[in-house]
Design a protein around this ligand. Sequence first.
Ligand code: ADP
Ligand code: MG
Length: 207
Amino acid sequence: MVAEHEAKALLREAGVPVPRGVVVRGMDFGPVMDLREPLVLKAYGPGIVHKSEAGAVELGLRRADVPAAAARMLAEVVGAEGFLIEEQAAAGVELIVGLVHDPGFGPVLLAGLGGVWAETLRDTALGLCPISEEDARRMLGSLRGSPVLYGLRGRPGVDVDAVVKLLMTVGGAGGLWERLELGEFEINPVIATESGVVAVDARYLPA
Ligand code: ADP
Ligand code: MG
């Protein structure tokens, strides 16, 4: 599996917003000074897949808190080799966007309500790559939870056009799916707000 920051570099190159962050191996946290608080600390290393379950994610940190939190993680998380420290994105609606390879259909784009709720809600839609913009809008509209995207009872929705653009960037013509070939790719979550999207976790498993 490719490290989270490398999967995010692929997204950044493709024009998808990702949090600003730094990778630290060892215990020199100087580069953290350039980041805007609050910060998120994540440990990486072989065998760390579901970071939250492994105790390898800590949110809401100030710069000064990072060294102690990292030392604690290094002691507690099995296989921790280094850290990704990044800016914490504002809260919003957490979505999952993934690419899977179906033996019959080939590359398929998955989109749905994500984050910690992804597995509980199982509210996802599929589209065959390359998807069109119309496909992307139809996928989002077909989610049971779509009202949280479009707004509900006076609650504002999210920037749906930015979500559509993200789906096209991953699964549309000339999208990431063409470059990743048979690998599996997952953004979970991408946080959508009224003003755009930020992909805060990404996983890439080359074929
Ligand atoms: P996991 O490997 O457990 O999926 P994540 O990187 O997705 O780890 O982090 C767990 C949760 O922490 C995410 O679902 C999200 O809610 C939150 N999170 C992670 N990174 C950020 C960030 N940069 N900004 C805001 N929230 C974040
Ligand atoms: Mg995640």
